[in-house]
Design a protein around this ligand. Structure first.
Ligand code: SF4
Ligand code: SF4
Length: 298
């Protein structure tokens, strides 16, 4: 029995993480480093604290409760010493303006299950269920397997949102309890994939062919990032059209809403500058359609 997993969020009533109304669990840890990552708080598996300076109203509550003196307030300045922090969460609770957030919490299957079953009626009436996401949820595949198995015992539909950059062993661990994979494809060319994510895509393409050969359905998700992977759509469409069990393709327009998170985490902001236009997204969708691939209706 795997005791615990580290997660950084649970989103109820999610409508973009598979069919119907869903609860999505975001697991911490990811082996890829996509330059456009919009969940940088999920990159490492360790618990981390974020200070959102722009939200701080300089009330001093955090400094009052912090026993490690990690928060220091001077006239109009809030200095946060992350190295002094022991992640006790007192300041997160005390802050009246949500300026402090701790990402990463250890949970057990027994703790998660009642939360997930709470919305069973919504799942059933909408054709929804539970989605495991991240980060890369399959970094913690043994825990995912246990959780998915319990969900299936309770009649809940399950989806696993993965980058596919995982061992076959991890994929096989969750396969029997996964109804659908939400599978991210970032590039077909290996050099483009390395440039965008820091890793080769060979294992990702092979794993997708493997899943497809089992007959398990997949929804493919392609982040569209101008000047990074925008030249890959035709090759991806050709590849996807060779698969037999793809339910649809969703082109995800790149956005830069996460820039504040990079600053708050104190890590380098790698987000590209240029956002895609509607015309570019439509053109990418048209390429998919021209290959006979069903496209997600926005
Ligand atoms: S989490 Fe605890 S130790 Fe860290 S800064 Fe906040 S109050 Fe201080
Ligand atoms: S409690 Fe929140 S708003 Fe108040 S000083 Fe600390 S971070 Fe800023």
């Amino acid at each position: 029995m795997i005791k615990k997993a580290t997660i950084f969020d649970i989103k109820r009533f999610a409508v973009h993480d598979g069919d119907g109304i869903r609860t999505t669990i975001f697991f911490k840890g990811c082996p890829l480093r996509c330059v456009w990552c919009h969940n940088p708080e999920g990159l490492t598996q360790k618990t981390d604290i974020c200070f959102f300076e722009h939200k701080c109203i300089l009330c001093g509550e955090c400094a009052r409760v912090c026993e490690k003196s990690a928060h220091k307030l001077q006239t109009n300045i809030h200095i946060f010493d992350k190295n002094a922090c022991v992640l006790c969460a007192s300041c997160e609770e005390a802050c009246p303006n949500d300026s402090i957030k701790i990402y990463g919490k250890e949970v057990t299957v027994d703790e998660l299950l009642p939360i997930l079953l709470e919305d069973k009626d919504f799942f059933e009436s909408s054709g929804g269920g539970v989605t495991l996401s991240g980060g890369e949820c399959l970094v913690q595949a043994d825990f995912c397997r246990e959780l998915l198995s319990e969900l299936k015992k309770n009649g809940i539909s399950t989806a696993v949102d993965t980058s596919g950059f995982v061992s076959r062993e991890k994929l096989n661990a969750v396969m029997p309890f996964t109804d659908i994979f939400l599978y991210d494809l970032k590039a077909y060319s290996e050099d483009v994939h390395i440039k965008c994510t820091g890793q080769s895509n060979k294992i990702i393409l092979e794993n997708l062919k493997y899943i497809d050969a089992t007959g398990k359905p997949t929804e493919i998700r392609i982040p569209y990032v101008p000047e990074y992977n925008d030249g890959e759509i035709e090759a991806l469409a050709e590849f996807i059209s060779s698969l037999k069990h793809v339910t649809r393709v969703k082109i995800l327009p790149y956005h830069n809403y996460a820039s504040g998170k990079y600053a708050a985490l104190g890590i380098e902001n790698t987000l590209p500058c240029r956002l895609p236009t509607d015309e570019e997204i439509r053109a990418a969708e048209d390429i998919m359609l021209s290959h006979g691939i069903k496209v997600y209706e926005r």
